[in-house]
Design a protein around this ligand. Structure first.
Ligand code: SME
Length: 148
């Protein structure tokens, strides 16, 4: 990772989850770490696949939609496709779910831990906030949960 700030954030996230086997506790800390240390970000959090839909998990930011059907919104689409979705302008994404009216761009990365599957979602109040460096950072963050 070329960006020093992102490289440091990844190390901090790794240290936070190191030695702690509880997914929820780790996800809560990682969401808070990124929310407080990234610029132009208004929501960071996890949706966990429970039953047949995505249910709100640990996050930092404004209160959000509690349930998202698989295939719906950016989160549901990323989960059903099992691939990262990087959305420069959420208003141009068909079916985008506006939890926070301030959100303008968004990146959603599917995760799969030992205990849970779901998506990791980061929203920004500016368009085009996320690019290849952010995608790398968030995919690396999500990989920290593979063995938890
Ligand atoms: N915008 C998301 C919903 C989740 S919130 O942004 C926290 C979506 O379209 O799936």
């Amino acid at each position: 990772m070329t960006n020093k700030h992102y490289s440091l954030l990844l190390k901090q996230a790794s240290a936070l989850v190191s030695g702690e086997p509880d997914f929820i506790a780790n996800a809560a800390n990682v969401a808070s770490l990124l929310y407080h240390n990234l610029e132009q970000v208004n929501w960071v959090g996890f949706y966990i696949f429970r039953g047949d839909e995505l249910v709100l998990g640990p996050f930092s930011g404004q209160p959000a939609c509690t349930r998202i059907p698989v295939g719906k919104g950016v989160c549901g689409a990323a989960f059903s496709q099992q691939s990262t979705l990087l959305i420069d302008d959420v208003h141009a994404f068909p079916g985008h779910i506006a939890c926070d009216a301030a959100s303008e761009s968004e990146i959603v990365v599917p995760f799969s831990s030992k205990e849970f599957k779901g998506v990791f979602d980061v929203d920004s109040p500016v368009q085009n906030r996320f690019g290849v460096d952010e995608q790398r950072l968030f995919e690396s963050i999500v990989a920290l949960f593979n063995e938890i």
